[in-house]
Design a protein around this ligand. Structure first.
Ligand SMILES: *[C@@H]1O[C@H](CO)[C@@H](O)[C@H](O)[C@H]1NC(C)=O
Ligand SMILES: *[C@@H]1O[C@H](CO)[C@@H](O)[C@H](O)[C@H]1NC(C)=O
Ligand SMILES: *[C@@H]1O[C@H](CO)[C@@H](O)[C@H](O)[C@H]1NC(C)=O
Ligand SMILES: *[C@@H]1O[C@H](CO)[C@@H](O)[C@H](O)[C@H]1NC(C)=O
Ligand SMILES: *[C@@H]1O[C@H](CO)[C@@H](O)[C@H](O)[C@H]1NC(C)=O
Ligand SMILES: *[C@@H]1O[C@H](CO)[C@@H](O)[C@H](O)[C@H]1NC(C)=O
Ligand SMILES: *[C@@H]1O[C@H](CO)[C@@H](O)[C@H](O)[C@H]1NC(C)=O
Ligand SMILES: *[C@@H]1O[C@H](CO)[C@@H](O)[C@H](O)[C@H]1NC(C)=O
Ligand SMILES: *[C@@H]1O[C@H](CO)[C@@H](O)[C@H](O)[C@H]1NC(C)=O
Length: 635
């Protein structure tokens, strides 16, 4: 039995303000699941209204439709059953309610008698074949909706509720290439409705390797037709919709990716911790463990969404000082800070152009690599042989916790895979002994670099964005100052008052970069990078979002995560397992992610992507599940 109704009450329809009046789509409920039906059809079936009306019950003007490709000589009950099974397992949008109406398209085939028994059991009211009627425009098999008056066929978008608050807006592509905000909502407190199209409509090809990949975009990238909010309410209100998408975004769209929404960023991509720092917007929920660990920042939305939603495949984030790596680690996904400069950041909000990078968070290493080749093109070097030297830093010698055991066991497996034995890289001592340290009068890397990051980001972001935002806002609001979250406020203020100069910071960054790339991790003609450096990314340590934290300070200091930032090299996060902790919230044992970071020479991103896919193929890493636990307990 299926139930279908056009909802008026439970589902609110908000009109999209564009022309004075325009259709903004509608919603349907099929077997208890909500769908968005776009305003514009994709094809039309030549069947007569009289035929189509037999598929509807009184009052319905649109009914669910399943299109099936015949492509075989005889079409029998078992063919139909296997197609339905394939649709049900391969697509979260299709459900058996769409079998209310079936259209068998393609070469006419002999339809066996047993099909009618199946149709009865599916509750199919109308079964049409190509010999009777054809589509005006060829469309792929899958679930659709059809108007019983016009025969117009509409794509089916399943609506999901953003219960973890990872998105800022659901978006939907218009035929002219602009995007509009989703005009429907579902039940769920402060939960946006995000619409995803059937996976059955898309087949990856050489020119569209990302066909149908559901993509969420951190809200610092321009997406044509939508506003760019950058995590600040005043900024969102002040500026109009963008008239074009950032080239980085457009590349993914051109390769077939489907943008399903803009995703949360901490304010102006500065680091913020849940909950007190997030004044303008609530921080997304990290679904791992007890669900109350900080999702980290600043690509918080992409990180939280990838951890929580099987219906989201890929998040586009940015990493200036850890903004992809940290959310990827704690939300349990892959994440890459690429080599600096691999792709243009035109039409993307700046933090520090000297440090800003664009990368992904996702669960599947294969998709990660495919998306990287789309985004970075020839700027990443492809090699298939791996470095012969493997270094670690910050690893425990022996495991004192289960999470440390996961880390050390991964290292052992990686040594076996690469056929090498790892050794500890003591770059601090190497620096202390170097002529560069003496020349710079900086005995430790902390002496050289502790103030470099805050200087670069605060001075560059204020000059490139803060000053004009404050003056534009004042001009529009009678001289008033816009609200700023505590973190960007502290940073911009420090940048404007501290005497440390941008030039000093650039000089120090350059000294480190040249030393690191010439003296520590070298290029190699065969393996791109002569070595890999691993460090622990996260070790299943809870970072509760319900604790009161101290007021923000500038992000000064030196740590292993700074290497990639200043040396411009790739630093990529692999989710390798999980570890237990006793939650102070659930009073129960829970599991949080264990991740390792992998660093190589500049431009060797392609080699690390290759390693990630080969480790996945070899079963050394496993695609994490979404939700509280990533894996069954023992790997
Ligand atoms: C149903 O059709 C398929 C494909 O044409 C064929 O391989 C299969 O043997 C048929 N099954 C039955 C029970 O007729
Ligand atoms: C629909 O197209 C098929 C070819 O794909 C053709 O054989 C069939 O006759 C067409 N049906 C109608 C009703 O024109
Ligand atoms: C989007 O709409 C604008 C006008 O609002 C138009 O100039 C532009 O060509 C449209 N398409 C894209 C892809 O930006
Ligand atoms: C798009 O916006 C930019 C700046 O916001 C402006 O310079 C450009 O002229 C606009 N393009 C169109 C086609 O409106
Ligand atoms: C490669 O990098 C250069 C320098 O950053 C950039 O100008 C170019 O657009 C990049 N190419 C691609 C395909 O992204
Ligand atoms: C680690 O284990 C090895 C062998 O089991 C032992 O020799 C070593 O002392 C241990 N190291 C630490 C820091 O406990
Ligand atoms: C640059 O390094 C020098 C030491 O050589 C240090 O005194 C200074 O504070 C550093 N400045 C910045 C901005 O990193
Ligand atoms: C700049 O800020 C640093 C870090 O807060 C502080 O130690 C230093 O004294 C300040 N320098 C000046 C000249 O304001
Ligand atoms: C959780 O608490 C139990 C009971 O105190 C203890 O046995 C167990 O080792 C703890 N687990 C972790 C991961 O700390």
């Amino acid at each position: 039995m299926f139930h279908l109704s056009v909802l008026a009450g439970a589902l609110a329809l908000l009109s999209v303000v564009q022309a004075a009046s325009s259709k903004s789509g509608s919603t349907m409920n099929v077997d208890g699941t909500f769908y968005y039906v776009p305003a514009i059809p994709v094809s039309r079936l030549g069947a007569t209204p009289t035929q189509l009306k037999t598929a509807a019950t009184f009052g319905e003007d649109m009914v669910p439709l399943t299109i099936i490709n015949s492509g075989i000589n005889t079409f029998n009950a078992s063919t139909l059953a296997s197609i339905v099974a394939h649709f049900e397992t391969g697509d979260d949008v299709f459900n058996a309610g769409f079998l209310q109406t079936i259209y068998l398209q393609g070469e006419s085939s002999i339809i066996m008698q047993d099909v009618s028994t199946s149709l009865n059991s599916y509750g199919t009211k109308l079964f049409m074949v190509s010999a009777d009627t054809n589509c005006t425009i060829a469309i792929p098999a899958g679930p659709y909706f059809i108007s019983i008056y016009t025969g117009d066929i509409y794509q089916a978008y399943r609506l999901y509720s953003d219960v973890n608050g990872a998105f800022t807006e659901g978006v939907f592509a218009l035929p002219d290439g602009n995007y509009t905000t989703m005009s429907a909502s579902l039940e769920g407190v402060q939960s946006l409705a995000i619409a995803v199209p059937s996976r059955l409509y898309y087949t990856a090809t050489e020119s569209q390797p990302l066909a149908g990949v559901r993509l969420g975009i951190k809200d610092i990238y321009d997406v044509a037709g939508t506003k760019r909010g950058c995590g600040n309410r005043a900024y969102y209100d002040l500026y109009p919709e963008k008239n074009a998408s950032a080239p980085a975004v457009q590349r993914l769209v051109d390769a077939g990716a489907i943008i399903i929404g803009k995703m949360k960023t901490s304010q102006f991509a500065n680091g913020e911790m849940a909950t007190a720092d997030w004044v303008d917007y609530h921080s997304p929920f990290n679904v791992r463990g007890d669900g109350y660990s900080d999702p980290s920042s600043s690509s918080s939305g992409p990180g939280a969404g990838i951890g929580a939603y099987s219906w989201l495949d890929l998040g586009l984030g940015s990493d200036t000082g850890g903004s992809i790596r940290n959310p990827a680690q704690v939300n349990g996904g892959y994440g890459n800070r690429p080599s600096h400069g691999l792709v243009t950041l035109d039409n993307v909000m700046p933090l520090s152009p000297l440090l800003d990078t664009s990368g992904f968070i996702c669960r599947d290493a294969e998709l990660w690599k495919t998306a990287a080749y789309v985004l970075y093109g020839d700027n990443i070097t492809s090699v298939t042989s791996f470095p012969k030297k493997l270094y670690t830093t910050g690893f425990p010698e022996n495991a004192s916790t289960e999470a440390e055991g996961v880390l050390l066991s991964f290292l052992t497996k990686l040594e076996g895979f690469l056929g090498v034995t790892s050794s500890v890289l003591d770059y601090d001592s190497m620096w202390a002994a170097s002529p560069q340290a003496a020349a710079a009068n900086a005995p430790t890397l902390s002496d050289l670099l502790a103030l470099t990051y805050p200087t670069l980001i605060s001075k560059q972001q204020y000059a490139l964005l803060g000053a004009s935002f404050i003056s534009d806002y004042g001009a529009a609001h009678d001289g008033r100052y816009p609200f700023l979250d505590p973190n960007p406020l502290v940073r911009w203020t420090w940048g404007q008052t501290n005497a440390t100069t941008l030039e000093q910071a650039i000089t120090n960054k350059t000294i480190f970069m040249d030393w690191w790339n010439n003296e520590v991790i070298h290029s190699d003609p065969d393996t791109c990078s002569d070595s890999l450096l691993l460090y622990p990314g996260t070790l299943a340590t809870p970072n509760y979002r319900n604790v009161y934290i101290a007021p923000p300070v500038i992000p000064a200091g030196w740590g292993v995560y700074n290497i990639a930032i200043f040396a411009e090299v790739p630093d990529m996060v692999f989710p390798i397992g999980q570890g237990p902790y006793n939650s102070t919230i659930t009073l129960h044992e829970e599991f949080l992610p264990v991740a390792v970071d992998v660093i190589a020479h500049k431009g060797c991103d392609g080699m690390i992507f290759e390693l990630a896919t080969q480790l996945q193929a070899a079963g050394i890493t496993i695609i994490p599940k979404t939700g509280s636990t990533m894996f069954r307990r023992s790997l």
